[in-house]
Write a protein that binds this ligand. Structure first.
Ligand SMILES: [Zn+2]
Ligand SMILES: [Zn+2]
Length: 390
């Protein structure tokens, strides 16, 4: 029986002592293993993972390592579990935790900052200055599950209470895994100023963050919201999520199209989610003077930037990392009120033991996969665990 000292459990919610967990061996190699169920400390809970979505960053981490940083280095052959976009049910409470109850359904943010550095104090916990300093003699309290600490491709995970968002019973497990993606888009729009009602917004790149960026911008009242990309099917999803206009840039030059659709003028904000090499220059030319760019994706090699254009036009450039400033809570509030249907981007579901196939679908975009979700609890009643009936 799982009954660590000081940890609150519930007889109605039995927890085994070991769990199934995928671990990363050499680059690209995942193996399904048994691990001890981890033990929550103060301000932490044990989450039974019910579903986990696959992110492009998971694919990078598994294949190449960064941005994962495990025990100060590459994540390979360290008995480490990737996966970061998960949701589940509170299974046990660390000492002193009374903010959550066993049986409550939650989704998670990735980053628990150290809470003591300058950036954490500003709400920028995704840029914690003690990032990854949580091994050996170092224990700054920082966790980024699926990056620096064990993540969600397992049956259980430890989460700091600050990373938990309660979800409504009406939200499915799969939809709940998308909250953090919407939260990342929300963080980008937050950093751009947040007050985008009535302002014009372009989203470049209809990947998961871009598509939910359209939805969040629209929910925040932005008008018009214009989405640019190269694939008509993805742009169609963007329309369903609220884009006023979509532009297929393989048929029309992006900058000219955006200006045409915005009454001949530049727009106020660009959320760059494509990572294309020339995206920052295109974004700069889409904007009016004093406009703002948020970079939420990046090219893998350095790119030339027309700095003079940015300076002469007083254009602000922001970079965001992850889902800071509690943006995920605001995204969940929109989703709870059904202001957009994030499940539009959920295309495929796999059971836990088929994770490698799920990753292949995401990597190769099999059947135009956008978000692939792994249902960790692949039982009929997984959407509503019996123990949550309190
Ligand atoms: Zn992600
Ligand atoms: Zn910190």
């Amino acid at each position: 029986m799982y009954a660590p000292p000081g940890v609150k459990t519930d007889a109605t919610f039995a927890i085994p002592t070991t769990m199934r967990a995928w671990v990363l061996g050499d680059p690209g190699e995942l193996a399904l293993t048994e691990k001890p169920v981890p033990v929550p400390r103060a301000a932490e809970v044990l989450v039974r993972i019910d579903a986990v979505a696959i992110c492009a960053t998971d694919l990078e981490v598994i294949a190449a390592g960064p941005p994962a940083l495990v025990q100060g280095g590459l994540p390979f052959n360290k008995n480490w579990t990737p996966g970061h976009e998960y949701m589940g049910t509170i299974a046990a409470l660390g000492p002193g935790v009374d903010e959550f109850a066993i049986g409550e359904r939650v989704t998670v943010e990735i980053h628990a900052g150290c809470g003591q550095c300058k950036r954490c104090r500003m709400g920028m916990y995704t840029s914690c200055l003690n990032y990854g300093l949580n091994y050996g003699d170092l224990d700054k309290g920082h966790r980024a599950n699926g990056f620096t600490t064990d993540g969600g491709f397992a049956e259980y995970a430890i989460n700091n209470i600050n990373t938990l968002i309660k979800i409504a019973d009406s939200m499915s497990d799969a939809e709940a895994t998308l909250v953090v993606t919407a939260g990342t888009a929300m963080y980008g729009l937050t950093e751009l100023g947040g007050l985008v009602a009535g302002e014009s917004v372009v989203v470049i790149g209809p990947g998961p963050i871009g598509l939910l960026g359209v939805a969040v911008a629209k929910a925040l009242g932005a008008s018009p919201v214009i989405l640019t990309g190269t694939r008509d099917a993805r742009l169609g999803k963007g329309r369903q999520l609220g884009a006023d206009h979509v532009v297929n840039v393989s048929r029309e030059p992006a900058v000219a199209a955006v200006r045409r659709l915005n009454g001949g003028k530049g727009v106020d904000y660009v959320l760059e989610c494509s990572g294309a090499a020339d995206a920052i220059n295109e974004a700069g030319r889409m904007l009016n003077r004093g406009g703002k760019i948020c970079l939420a994706a990046f090219p893998h090699a350095p790119v030339p930037v027309d700095v003079a254009h940015l300076v002469r036009n007083n254009i602000y450039v922001y970079g965001i990392r992850g889902e800071g400033r509690s943006a995920t809570h605001r995204a969940e509030a929109f989703m709870r009120r059904k202001q957009f249907d994030a499940t539009q981007i959920h295309t495929h579901t796999f059971p836990f033991h088929e994770l490698p196939e799920a990753l292949r679908y995401a990597r190769e975009r099999v059947e135009d996969a956008i978000k692939v979700v792994v249902q960790t609890r692949s039982v009929a009643g997984a959407e509503k665990p019996a123990a949550a009936a309190r």
